[in-house]
Design a protein around this ligand. Structure first.
Ligand SMILES: Cc1ncc(COP(=O)(O)O)c(C=O)c1O
Length: 393
């Protein structure tokens, strides 16, 4: 009898995963766990995992270490019990809507939201028998009128796009709580500037693609809420396939490390630029909550901490002037996103609000002359030099 251990064929050796590396040290930065599936000891173990008696992961669409770490981070940032990573900001919104809504339900939706959110609620959800009613997030009394016995969720953005109107989150939350309707806030434009859950919201969603990722190299969304509410959202996210992937979760976690310094610097620069632009006769209007002329300045001064945001919007008169500015501001790319380390420009009428009706534009104050700046980390003098030149030429 041959007692020597069997030597596997080379095909077998190639196919098998390597042995775990035994370490007496732990890496300073978190590893990226790309594995889709995890090894389980046996049937008692699998029962314990599914029943939550043992910690561990089974299948990446349901959870993986990088998402757990990023989820924990957003929970800490927002002061929530639980955080969830989704494949995009839209996936995070979809997870919340799908968790809360059913046929015959209604959404109370703020005016002036990101265009795809309007499309999700206004065009896609009606196919499932879900309606919506609009309200003005800066005037909570308008929410009262939008609520009906069928309302299952209230949805608003902290800072609207592109006129950066600041929602009265506490006022809206009071009305939502009295009516027993959960209130979700899209906090993409204002991470760290306030904590919507402390102001009374029930859910916070983010497009981590923007400021939290911070480098325009990942697409992810985040949800923060109570443990109880999250159980349903997480189930829906897994079932509808809305989960975020390990590499981008890892990237976003890295981005979150510098979020406070990036946000503080960009907010300070945005305020400086808004100040220059506000006194400039070449510019029709400047929309920035840090300016005393902004309709929500008083609330912004009370509610926001550490700055008035990184987004400011200018009105240059018409499409032609906006186009000339965009073409002349060569060092500031026309790249319709936001939250990058570099300053970028967007033109709401042809990008984020494209395809909306004249009536929708009028209600939200959208005109072809609006140009939105997402302020980054460049030196403010260099940015002003470039903007000044683009306004002159
Ligand atoms: C305010 C806001 N919410 C949500 C989204 C959607 O995020 P994502 O592109 O990550 O799906 C965006 C995207 O621009 C946004 O600006």
């Amino acid at each position: 009898m041959n007692s020597s251990p069997r030597r596997p064929d080379i095909a077998t050796s190639c196919a098998r995963p390597p042995a775990d590396v035994e370490l007496s040290t732990t890496p300073l930065t978190p590893p990226i766990h790309l594995s889709v599936v995890y090894k389980i000891d046996g049937l008692d173990h699998v029962d314990a995992l599914y029943e939550g008696r043992d910690s561990g992961f089974i299948y990446a669409r349901d959870g993986h270490p990088n998402a757990a770490q990023l989820g924990e981070k957003i929970a800490t940032i927002e002061g929530a019990e639980a955080g969830l990573v989704c494949a995009s900001g839209m996936a995070a919104e979809a997870a919340v809507f799908l968790a809360l809504l059913e046929q015959g339900g209604e959404v109370a939706l703020s005016e002036g939201l990101y265009g795809r959110t309007v499309a999700l609620v206004g065009r896609e959800l009606p196919r499932f028998g879900i309606k919506h009613r609009l309200f003005d997030s800066t005037r909570p009394e308008t929410l009262r009128k939008a609520l009906t016995p069928a309302t299952k969720v209230i949805f608003a953005e902290t800072l609207s796009n592109p006129l950066v109107r600041l929602a009265d989150i506490a006022g809206l939350a009071d009305i939502g709580r009295a009516a027993g309707v959960p209130f979700a806030i899209d906090h993409t434009f204002a991470p760290l500037l306030c904590r919507p859950l402390e102001l009374g919201a029930d859910f916070v969603v983010h497009s981590a693609t923007k400021l939290i990722g911070g480098h325009s190299d990942l697409t992810l969304g985040l949800v923060a809420t109570s443990r109880e509410r999250m159980a349903r959202v997480a189930t829906v996210a897994s079932t509808f396939g809305l989960a975020g992937n390990p590499f981008e979760s890892w990237l976003a976690l890295r981005g979150s490390a510098t979020l406070p310094v990036r946000s503080a610097r960009a907010c300070a620069t945005a305020l400086t630029l808004a100040g220059h632009l506000a006194g400039d006769k070449r510019v029709g209007a400047v929309h920035y909550p840090g300016l005393p002329s902004h309709p929500d300045h008083e609330r912004a001064s009370r509610v926001l901490r550490g700055g008035f945001g990184t987004i400011l919007t200018i009105d240059l008169g018409g499409r032609e002037q906006a186009d000339a500015f965009i073409r002349n501001a060569r060092e500031i790319p026309f790249a319709p996103s936001l939250g990058d380390v570099a300053t970028t420009l967007s033109h709401p009428a042809t990008t984020s609000h494209r395809g909306q009706s004249a009536e929708q534009w009028a209600r939200q104050g959208i005109t072809p002359g609006l140009v939105r700046l997402s302020v980054g980390l460049e030196h403010p003098d260099d940015l002003w030099h470039q903007i000044d030149q683009a306004l002159t030429s």
